[in-house]
Write a protein that binds this ligand. Structure first.
Ligand code: NAG
Ligand code: NAG
Ligand code: MG
Length: 259
């Protein structure tokens, strides 16, 4: 009997030691990632970007600008391909949400990125100056777009947001948009139906790269007891860097830019 107990506890100990580091992630971002120089098919280019094989690219390749424009704007059936792709991710996230519940007395959280996760920048990227991501990012012009306060919602993500909220999860929105723009961002969120978040964290450290800012804020959230259960973002840097990146992460498609 004693031997059996000893064996069982030894096995349990081994299993405990073999448990993977929860923050280990085999596709964690590396700064030296592939840029994606070889493009002979735009659909393959988009797929390679979505799954984070092509990284750190600065503009949509010239030969794929029309492809990205169609992907974002041309209806196939009753929606654009982009809308179908976002809808598929949202449905899967809702499936996952249905399997988890917030722990009593804790701050279990669903974390949402803002730009192109809740609020769309497609109207900005449709302008000639941005050319569906075919022109380099212009921060001045982009901030002017945000200041207009008219961003539409990213299709269907509102259902996930509301369901997570109704289930009793904390809702935290984390964004690289400047803290200076808070009033316009809050008004824009409310206007399209996002309301009653628990925290809206905007970048109050202007000098810090957004991915570092987001990683440090997630670590801080963890310290404050906000454990991320679901993490939703359109950039891999929202989902793969730092700690507290969620029990599950959901990548909202984005063919317009990589950051
Ligand atoms: C960036 O946008 C601003 C504001 O719209 C514009 O004045 C400027 O010329 C643009 N810069 C480039 C390099 O296109
Ligand atoms: C949950 O968050 C609130 C507000 O920030 C905080 O006061 C409280 O201590 C947190 N609870 C836990 C269990 O971490
Ligand atoms: Mg984003």
């Amino acid at each position: 009997m004693k031997l059996v107990i000893l064996l069982i506890s030894a096995t349990a100990l081994l299993a405990a030691n073999a448990r993977p580091d929860p923050d280990f992630n085999p596709i964690r971002l590396r700064s030296e990632g592939r840029v994606g120089a070889f493009v002979n098919n735009c659909e393959s280019w988009r797929l390679a970007s979505e799954v984070n094989n092509f990284r750190s690219w600065k503009v949509v390749p010239e030969q794929c600008v029309d492809y990205v424009k169609s992907y974002m704007t041309v209806e196939v059936g009753i929606q654009t391909q982009y809308e179908y792709d976002v809808g598929t991710v949202v449905l899967e996230a809702i499936e996952y949400l249905n399997t988890v519940s917030p722990a009593k007395g804790k701050n279990d959280t669903w974390l949402f990125d803002l730009t192109d996760t809740l609020l769309s920048s497609l109207p900005y990227y449709s302008r000639p100056g941005a050319n569906y991501g075919g022109n380099p990012f212009n921060e001045t012009a982009f901030n002017e777009y945000i200041k207009e306060g008219n961003s539409p919602l990213v299709p269907n993500v509102n259902y996930l947001y509301k369901d997570a909220q109704e289930k009793g999860f904390k809702i935290v929105i984390l964004s690289g948009i400047s803290e200076d723009l808070r009033p316009v961002v809050e008004a824009n969120l409310n206007k399209v139906g996002f309301a009653k978040w628990d925290k809206l964290i905007l970048k109050y450290k202007p000098g810090m790269p957004t991915k570092d800012f987001k990683a440090s804020e997630r670590a801080q959230l963890k310290k404050d007891g906000f454990k991320v259960i679901g993490n939703v973002g359109d950039q891999w840097s929202d989902l793969l860097t730092g700690t507290n990146a969620g029990k599950r992460a959901f990548k909202i498609p984005n063919a317009l830019y990589y950051s």
